[in-house]
Design a protein around this ligand. Structure first.
Ligand code: CA
Length: 376
């Protein structure tokens, strides 16, 4: 097909040249030799074979499968020139080693959540989720149209990493508990798997937050190493079987109202890519960002129904006074992050300003609408 098209184009060109030459001859202005167009053989395109390491168990619904689909899409869009193999947590490096491994170039790309790097870079948590903070929709607004992504990239630049938003869970569930939560005192001494700033809030209220990768959550709850755990939402929680080792499923996920998932790319590896592959990669990550939220929205709704109808799960709201107490602590946890570092302060200021602005807007749109819809 390509050859035929080319040949027909050449014939058109030859005819045109012939007419021009004839015209020139008739005009007595010489008889130029018709030139021919020759194809210039393209250099064989370079193929890049990359590794993407993740903080997720292999094939974990959405969190693990979206990066796999993203890599496949990149391979197809680049006609195989950017071929990325995805590794689950522990296959090449442990879940919490992803940041360092991509920074050092052990892998060219990583996928996880920025609050996992809290011990190294506490402020990074702002780019995943903040207790009682922004929703997925609001985070996407801040990151892509409110200056958030530029600040995130500035923060990771000294580590030789380029971060991108690569998904969102939406509002998570409050978690699985083997103790009823009737008042704030029921959180005292509670040993709970809860990462990021949510863990810090729980600690301030007297709880004992534990951070552990997803692969250890089920066994830890089953054996009583922890009294409670949050994980994600019905879709992932059902897949983990958490309903078989806990009595109560509380909502809402005040600690993760819209956790942004991150892709990180080694800056040198990124610089080695031709521009078209950079655009393909960035576009695929942006698509994954949308794809994950869509999958979570659809599958969480189905899985919640399954948990209730087929497994008789006891789904309960946290009492209002418990949520109010947690929110008061959340505000002081975020405020306490302010320090002497100017970049850190700019991140906090940008986040706070956008949050305030979008909350005002969403009070009269998202919230007003959802409240109106629930009225019978
Ligand atoms: Ca979670």
């Amino acid at each position: 097909m390509t050859f035929r098209l080319f040949r027909s184009q050449r014939q058109v060109l030859k005819s045109a040249l012939l007419v021009m030459a004839l015209g020139a001859a008739l005009g007595g202005c010489g008889n130029p030799e018709p030139s021919t167009t020759e194809t210039v053989a393209a250099e064989p395109a370079e193929t890049f074979r990359w590794k993407m390491i993740t903080t997720w168990p292999k094939n974990l619904p959405a969190l693990g499968t979206v990066p796999e689909r993203m890599a496949e899409r990149i391979r197809l869009m680049s006609n195989g020139r950017l071929d990325i193999r995805v590794y689950g947590a522990g296959e090449l490096v442990g879940a919490f080693e992803v940041f360092d491994a991509v920074s050092s170039g052990t892998a060219e790309m990583g996928n996880g959540a920025s609050y996992y790097w809290r011990s190294k870079l506490p402020i990074a948590a702002i780019f995943s989720t903040v207790p009682f903070g922004m929703t997925a929709q609001e985070m996407n607004g801040w990151l892509h149209y409110g200056g958030g992504l530029a600040l995130w990239r500035e923060l990771y630049e000294p580590f030789g990493l380029i971060p991108m938003a690569a998904g969102n869970t939406g509002v998570q569930m409050g978690g699985w508990f083997n103790r009823e939560i009737n008042g704030i005192e029921d959180l005292e001494g509670l040993k709970m798997r809860i990462p990021g700033l949510g863990g810090e809030v729980l600690k301030r209220i007297g709880g004992l937050p534990v951070t552990m990768p997803g692969s250890e959550v089920f066994t830890s709850l089953q054996t009583g190493v922890i009294d409670a755990t949050e994980w994600v939402g019905p879709y992932n929680d059902l897949a983990f079987g958490l309903h078989t080792v806990a009595d109560y499923y509380y909502y809402p996920g005040w600690h993760e109202p819209g956790a942004t998932i991150e892709s990180i790319v080694n800056a040198q590896a990124w610089a080695s890519l031709p521009r078209d592959l950079q655009v393909i990669l960035e576009t695929a990550v942006r698509h994954a960002n949308d794809d994950m939220l869509a999958e979570f929205t659809a599958r969480n709704a189905q899985a919640l129904q399954t948990l209730i109808d087929e497994h008789g799960v006891d789904v309960r709201p946290f009492p209002d006074d418990v949520l109010a107490a947690l929110q008061a602590e959340a505000e002081s946890v975020v405020a306490a992050m302010a320090g002497d570092d100017p970049l850190q302060q700019r991140i906090l200021d940008s986040h706070a300003a956008f949050t305030a602005s979008v909350r005002r807007y969403h009070e009269i749109t998202e919230r007003a609408y959802l409240n109106a819809r629930t009225e019978d």
